[in-house]
Design a protein around this ligand. Sequence first.
Ligand code: X8Z
Ligand code: ZN
Length: 613
Amino acid sequence: MKIITSSRLLPVFVFASLIAFADHHQEPEGNRTASSRDELTEKDALLFLQESELSLKKLSKKVNRAKWIHANFITYDTSSLVAETSAKKTAAVVRLAHEAARFNNIELSDDTRRKLEKLKLALTLPSPMDDEKNNELSGVTTQLSSLYGKGKYCRDEKSCLSLSEISATMATSRNYEELMELWTGWHEIAKPMRPLYMQEVNLTNQGAKELGYTDTGSMWRSKYDMPADDFARELEQLWRQVQPLYQSLHCHVRAKLGEIYGDERVPQDGPIPAHLLGNMWAQIWSNIYDIVAPEQADPGYDLTGLLTQHNYNELEMVKRAEKFFTSMGFAPLPDSFYERSLFTKPRDRDVQCHASAWSLDSKDDLRIKMCIRVTGKAFSIIHHELGHNFYQRAYKKQPVFYQQSANDGFHEAVGDTIALSVTPGYLQDIGLLDELPDASKDIGLLMQMALDKIAFLPFGLLVDQWRWQVFSAEITPENYNKAWWELRKKYQGVEAPVARTEEHFDPGAKYHIPGNTPYTRYFLSHILQFEFHRALCDIAGNKEAIHRCSIYNSKEAGGHLNRMLEMGSSRPWQEALATITGKHEMDASAILEYFAPLQEYLDEQNKGRQCGW
Ligand code: X8Z
Ligand code: ZN
């Protein structure tokens, strides 16, 4: 339901309700209405919120259905339907956001004020009040999303590769030229997005200004229960805490890649070519674990192998992930989840394969859409997606304005927190692993985990550093691509494998740019999930090092988690955080504690190497 969060684009997790209100929204009438009063009061605000909630609920189902069908069946017609319904919804939410602003200077209870604020900040891409511009924005947004969903790399007319296929090869190939071809081929899909993206930025910035924000980026930064500038500073501080660990990992991985590809191709004092890290965006590196596996500390198994040996299929992977949640006391997912979700890539049509979790009715109509492959990574993404669904169901009783997570990083962190408990001990419990690896192999396991969780951090940060500067016009269309690669070099220490120009639009080759999903949430989630994991492990009575802890079967941990999830966004995220960790501030000490043994190992390995780029 609810929420305000969603935009005209397909949010990666989708809330039905908020969105709905558009069609039937009418200006309040007669003396019932707030607008007709000279002096607005709390009562007027409550009435306005009540009416808003009703109209939102009415519309949202329709919009979400259209979006679901479009994401599962990308055609000219489904795109048109989404553009149309989304335009109506957005227009309605924009209207309500403007109406909510009428109460800005009225004395109100904290709760009423909070709901009005949530309503004002509901949209990801606010549109201008002007109908034509609103329709234009909706059309452009849908086109961008379709372009990504239909994206393929075609060597020639007969042989086209989907992103899933390209990714599978990039995970395993160690052939420099082949990797380069796939990387370059995929990035071609983004070229036609450039003019559309420019148009989108202009239009949504106008919408944000009309709502009183300097630009859409500043509106995004205002969603964190603190002044927007303080939030940006908070992010920098978190990054400073984890940066040394990232740099150590980068240094070690670069040295190992040099051994494989040669120092001419991987210069040992510069950024790493972005196509060699096992992932299209170099955002997670665990696919090249074999290249960096610590001698004598390899755990001797990998999850992909175990799933294959035990003949797991896609459905069984989902059921197994669901069982983790139910083992902690959460109710099972409804049958409709299994009837309506999409688990495998259809052979004969275009679907948006990027994994997402949906709540269509803001109650129990929960679904995921994912092109699952039988791999360890996909198993972890399934937990990620189910985390969204269990969150959505937990806050369904909240008023529509609070049917979202405490902040957007929380939504992304829940499923990942559970996946951190997929330890060798857990795998043994569920019969996938016969023998536990000896503790001396922990470095191998930590390395694997760091290649995903630590490698991700700078990418999680830079995507919105780019977008915020695009919205504020510090980055202009003439510099879109140049600025993108400057940020990728600065934060990640990677560089494009071939020269790039402003004809390219490389940010568009990442789902969340054409999809307009804010990305800072994933950086936050990577900090938060370790905080949640450490705290829930304490609650579960864990006595081991946190990287060995699993909260499987712990009803105590489940109860605590559920209490936080049920709050939705009804209270500031600082309070929600404290219900689990006892602290009101995010901090990176948990992720650093988790990887402390690996930091020691990396320091040893990096002795005598020149790190940095
Ligand atoms: O988009 C996602 C999820 C859906 S919310 C699959 N993630 C980011 C990405 O793939 O880029 C999860 C981690 C980062
Ligand atoms: Zn997610």
